[in-house]
Design a protein around this ligand. Structure first.
Ligand SMILES: Cc1cc2nc3c(=O)[nH]c(=O)nc-3n(C[C@H](O)[C@H](O)[C@H](O)COP(=O)(O)OP(=O)(O)OC[C@H]3O[C@@H](n4cnc5c(N)ncnc54)[C@H](O)[C@@H]3O)c2cc1C
Length: 295
């Protein structure tokens, strides 16, 4: 099974995509259509997020296993410490390995019900993602990624303390990091500088979400945890009633952001697809990042 980090170290800018596990048959069909549509473009990897409940968790295991066994793609499964004892985490990691998944994004997760609430660890569980990185490393030959935050994690005291904590995860054994969403490249580049200052040289991938509708723009704000910059809302919000014009301007804005990041030497771009691939394919094709899948 290919390690994500090997796909990031080819010297050529790559792209990757993120999906969430489907909740019903309609979503399952939508997801698999998107998977099949990105497959010929040869993304470096495709990742599947990990939810808070039992059935969505089973679907992450099943979906990444199917990607490993039925496609030419390199899958990465997310894993969180939410409501899990260490014994349960070992079990899930074992299932990933058994279904051919060797790449794991180790994230702590948010308190269920209130993402901004106080984190209460499971009595036999873990407190920080750093511990999850160590656990995965102990259990086998996995390639491990972690999360990083251009605007700082909402619960971090400041950006420097926040970077210290990301550096700890990298020192604990993470092979690469993926950044939360942002719209101004400087926020990502400053995060990269803060990590470099701490001696962290692993690949750092920017998280990108093509802005196609006002709903997606609102989703950006929810995920990034910061307001949409005025520059972007001034450009997009006047087009809110004109779907085609909004989409065209949003794709142009996303492409320009990616071009800047490529010129700054990022190893790859990680796209949050919301399980639809059209906009991502459009952007990566415009950027010349779409490869040709072999095998
Ligand atoms: C790319 C990406 C993918 C994600 N995928 C998922 C997913 O699939 N499922 C999901 O539920 N959520 C996901 N998330 C959200 C993530 O779980 C939350 O943002 C969560 O609040 C933080 O996770 P973390 O791994 O960064 O936690 P941590 O690194 O554990 O950090 C949590 C907080 O604790 C602080 N901290 C860390 N270490 C220490 C320490 N040693 N001492 C004191 N404080 C410390 C940090 O600064 C931060 O404020 C994802 C986020 C990103 C960016």
């Amino acid at each position: 099974m290919t390690a994500v980090v090997d796909r990031l170290n080819t010297g050529r800018t790559s792209f990757s995509v993120e999906f969430f596990p489907p909740r019903n048959e309609d979503e399952e069909r939508l997801l698999w259509r998107a998977v099949r549509e990105v497959e010929p473009l040869d993304p470096a990897f495709v990742s599947v997020t990990y939810g808070a409940g039992g059935s969505t968790r089973d679907r992450t295991i099943r979906t990444t296993g199917r990607i490993a066994n039925e496609t030419t793609l390199t899958p990465m499964a997310h894993l969180t410490a939410v409501n899990h004892s260490v014994a349960e985490l070992r079990n899930v990691i074992g299932w990933y390995a058994a279904s051919g998944v060797r790449n794991i994004l180790a994230v702590r997760g948010d308190p269920p019900g209130d993402p901004n609430g106080e984190w209460v660890p499971h009595p036999q569980g873990l407190t920080y993602a750093e511990e999850l990185v160590r656990l995965i490393r102990q259990l086998g030959d996995f390639c491990v990624g972690v999360a990083a935050f251009p605007h700082g994690h909402p619960r971090s005291a400041d950006l420097e303390v926040d970077a210290d904590h990301v550096a700890r995860k990298i020192r604990a054994g993470a092979d690469f990091a993926i950044a939360q969403l942002f719209l101004e490249p400087e926020h990502f580049l400053r995060l990269r500088d803060r990590l470099a200052k701490r001696g962290c040289e692993v690949p750092l991938l920017p998280g990108i979400m093509p802005i196609t509708t006002p709903k997606v723009l609102a989703k950006f704000q929810e995920l990034a945890g910061v307001p949409v910059p005025d520059r972007v809302s001034d450009q997009l919000l006047p087009l809110a009633e004109d779907r085609a014009a909004f989409r065209a301007a949003g794709i142009e804005l996303t492409t320009a952001l990616c071009e800047r990041l490529i010129s700054e030497g990022v190893p790859g771009l990680h796209f949050y697809t919301l399980n639809r691939s059209t906009a991502t394919r459009q952007v990566v094709t415009q950027l010349g990042l779409a490869g040709i899948a072999v095998g």
